[in-house]
Design a protein around this ligand. Sequence first.
Ligand SMILES: [Zn+2]
Ligand SMILES: [Zn+2]
Length: 318
Amino acid sequence: MDIPSCDMCEHPAAWRRPWDNTLVCIMHFNKSFLKKVQKTINKYQMLKRDDIIAIGLSGGKDSVVLLDVMAKLQKNHSTKLIAISIDEGIENYRENGLHFAKLAAERANVDHHIFSYKEFFGYDLDEALMILGENRLSPCSYCGPFRRKLLNEAARKVGATKLITGHNADDEAQTLLMNVMRGDLLKTLHSNPIPKFKNKAFVNRVKPFRRTTEQEIVVYANLNQIPYQEMSCPHAVEAYRGKIRNILTNLSVDDPGVIFSIINSADSLHDLGGLVSNNLKHDGNKEIFDCKKCGEPTNNDLCNSCRLIIEIENRENM
Ligand SMILES: [Zn+2]
Ligand SMILES: [Zn+2]
């Protein structure tokens, strides 16, 4: 069987882009992949030339591909890149992820720092779940805020001015739909892709893969032979997200560009938010405060992670 050739050169095609049916060889795929990420960074003014960038490196496909791409892109810039990994202390899972994170950092030739829940919060995730016992929330309800918190601390410790994460277009589209279906569209208005927080305890987070699909990331990893952790977290059963993901996968069969349409809708919302910028300072009717314990921006006296740590401490002392 003849392999069809790339639409842009004579080389054999390696992938057909589902949304415009273009055939691309490895070289042209990589070229357009990097170009798209750079365009996304520029479009949302995610990074400045003198930024020191910390990258959240879990060892999964999104973060290892992001590191590879950023290392290539920053060759033309004066920005500095530092990898940070979070060790939640999840048995039979995290060691495996850290292995792939290490490989990725070596490959990209960047400094790599590991920060653990145990060291920072005093508890491993597994340990905290044991202490909390039966009546606790789902593991992700604790782990999510802890990871966000420690990523921020880690980024500050390594002197970063920006934190980048591997969240991709599929993740972003799912999140928007989840907000819509929970009647919480304002939340989308507040997850503006353009960095905006001016709180000294908070390192602004940006997502250079906002317009890159999960499928493109997998293709990039495969074509460039980048190894990554394939095992998923034993606790990860965010059931609602899974359902939304299935809906989007089904819709994409007939409309391969549906993910981008949803991202465009989110962008229009942010533009609208700019027009009513007074409302941006408020989450519904709630104001944004500084957490009384750690100083990070929050809707309450305490941020989520500080509140959950107090819950664990109280439970342990009972
Ligand atoms: Zn080509
Ligand atoms: Zn706090």
